[in-house]
Design a protein around this ligand. Sequence first.
Ligand SMILES: [Zn+2]
Length: 114
Amino acid sequence: PNSSYHTDFLLRTGRVVDESKAKYPRYPDMCDEEKRLQTFHNWPNYVRITPKELAAAGLFYAGNDDQVKCFCCGGKLMNWEPSDKAWTEHRKHFPDCFFVLGRNVGNVSHESSG
Ligand SMILES: [Zn+2]
């Protein structure tokens, strides 16, 4: 028997995939939108952007000023302006974030059904 045949077959059929570049959420505990929302209990009220919007964009509160982090890429965002949108800023600063790119990174969304 020739053991190299099987590998050769997989290579030719394209079934060998390099998964070394796969990115996993930096903060898997924060995959759940509801959990992210709960981190905002101390969110300063001078910030115009709402915890709901931030949590929906994959962000949770880091506990300092208005600094938030993404559960997926770990990117930090702060100094929110009144006109900022959570998704827009996330996409602008961390365009390679798998959550921004719409990949399945285990996010648990809590969109209201009604
Ligand atoms: Zn991100």
